[in-house]
Write a new protein. Structure first.
Lengths: 341, 341
DNA sequence: CGTTTTTCCGTAAACGTTTACGACAACATA
DNA sequence: TATGTTGTCGTAAACGTTTACGGAAAAACG
């Protein structure tokens, strides 16, 4: 079934060295023999054994992505990641690289699994998501000198790695601007409870914009919960029951918004009618919800492709001998106005 | 950084053969030296190089999962898969196996990528999802004798591989039973347009139950669309505009239901009030939707674990020398009554 | 004490690649 | 002709494991 380089050599009556050189496009092989090798490879359905190749080369030709379930809810996951992975994989495949997805073990926030990937050299580099403000994974990877890139920023690890992020700060501010322009002054913010960096950035933009408009930031209008439906559902009533309730709520993502809207409805408050709602990271869910939720849709698939490019360019083994390269990018987030605000 | 078996041997002044045997728990090594090897391995932070190991062993110690984005919608993916993958990965990790996730290329339904995984021997086995009624992937894998397991049934490939599925047929029937018991006789079914097998099974149960109740199956009440929000949104109006409109709709999954409900609201029809709604494969979305949608929640994480077990047991290299084993399982789907019907 | 068995360990080959090195022929140059 | 250059290819080592084989020492047995 699996034909090796030896089979090709025997079949063509030449040495395995020549076969390998022909296959790898090296210069010191006759054009004629190269063609014969290529033909034979196609005929015998040859494809190189990855283990042998990576053992010899010292690189695995694959990139790992650390995927995690929702913190606080093992039951369901984040559809967010799938289109991102699609882009990532597509770009990596163009360079003949494979994508390994490693699930994080709940609890230790992936440290253990990350070590395993690094130490067994299962991948040449790793991509991290849901970066935290202080991220021990980043500290670890930089300390051992393992190549990586992140979806999202962090304060850890200096500026020595490629990262791609969305401008959540601006999105938070834009959301506030829009609501203020529509007459709101009591604006709540509901964000994830963990120190996920995008929640932090969102809140920073929210605060800044409020102050810019001369509106005092009221801690009673800021709540945090798990970044899923349950989180939004549990936390929203508290905000609504404050002394001076909000007339608008900004949710950090679609799942929290869904749960929050459920809570609102149960309180007899109609989202989009009695109260304005904006979502920072939306999905098709927002568009098809009733009322359709105003939000910011991230271009996930292009982000995946771009981060793959950036990562590859940062790895000497894959990149050409180019000079310094862009190492961090922050993409704008564009508001899509719908019916909920 | 990365210490090899040679480092251990040199450090302990013994041969690499002994080190390997000690590490692999073979019998012919002194208990004392074994302990010394283990200690040294821990101290030198040794972990075996996967490439070397799999080259020698002829197995990669990793399993591939083919992940695909929504057909007809590249933009977002199926949260369905994440908890399933969590379970799969958890179980595989217990046996020291890694999980490789390979994204399917849109268009050729994964044939090309699947070939690549098989031919380069990147994995020892592969897990398929979203099985079709006739599935060329299954035919291919059986024809080349590559081990695999499927989430979902298919008519392809005989009975020679492990598969785990949910009883969509019974769920479809249960949904009909419940609606009929509540007085409905005009019941619509909205399912995916592709020949995804779970859509087929669902419809079979739906039909069977209707006939059992002496209700004629009306083709006008059956519609198919892309298995996402857009699909449900586009297809639902057609069903509602039939000569004798339904008083209840069964959606095949949560995304289609969301889109369908949007369409209903736009037509001035209130889901859960003017019309009953049931979802076959629900997610937390259903619970937090307003009205909360009655549906069947699949135990995805346990399913992932179980399928990993079944797959491992079917691979001679991993399994002990056990006899014949359960090769196909169909799990029941339990209805969770909520507010929409 | 001689023989057989057991226990433990070292040697070396093998897995499928890649690549440094050298060999040989053909050809060009002086 | 002698020398150098170029083009092409084979040889063999190396990557880090695992494992069949054999051997030496120790233990068991007569």
């Amino acid at each position: 079934m699996a034909s090796s380089i030896h089979d090709l050599a025997r079949h063509l009556n030449i040495s395995i060295g020549t076969v390998s050189r022909a296959l790898n496009g090296r210069a010191d092989v006759n054009a004629d023999t190269r063609q014969r090798v290529l033909d034979a490879a196609a005929k015998l359905n040859y494809s190189p054994n990855q283990s042998g190749r990576s053992l010899r080369r010292g690189s695995t030709h694959s990139i790992a992505f650390m995927l995690q379930p929702h913190p606080g809810d093992q039951q369901y996951g984040e559809p967010f990641f799938i289109p991102f992975l699609t882009g990532l994989q597509a770009k990596l495949a163009e360079s003949g690289l494979d994508l390994i997805v490693v699930m994080g073990a709940p609890g230790d926030y992936q440290q253990e699994r990350l070590r395993r990937v690094v130490e067994t050299r299962r991948a040449d580099a790793v991509v991290l998501a849901w970066t935290r403000r202080e991220d021990e994974r980043i500290d670890y990877l930089t300390s051992v000198g393992f190549p990586f890139a992140t979806l999202g920023r962090s304060r850890s690890g200096g500026k020595s790695y490629p990262s791609l992020d969305l401008d959540f700060e601006k999105a938070g501010a834009d959301a506030v601007d829009r609501l203020v322009a529509r007459g709101h002054r009591r604006i709540a913010a509901i964000r994830p409870s963990l120190d996920l960096n995008f929640g932090y950035l969102f809140l920073a933009g929210y605060r800044k914009a409020l102050r810019r408009h001369g509106i005092e930031v009221d801690p009673e209008l800021i709540a945090s919960g798990f970044i899923n439906e349950a989180g939004g559902y549990e936390v929203t009533p508290g905000v609504m029951n404050s002394k001076d309730p909000p007339t608008a709520i900004i949710f950090n993502n679609d799942a929290m918004a869904l749960g929050g809207c459920k809570a609102l409805v149960e309180m007899g408050i109609k989202p989009g009618h009695d109260i304005a709602v904006i979502v920072i990271v939306d999905t098709p869910l927002c568009r098809y919800f009733s009322p359709a939720l105003t939000g910011f849709r991230p271009p996930l698939e292009p982000m995946g492709r771009r981060l793959a490019e950036m990562l590859l360019a940062s790895i000497p083994a894959y990149a050409g001998e180019e000079g310094p390269r862009t190492i961090r990018e922050v993409w704008p987030l564009e508001l899509i106005a719908r019916d909920s605000d």
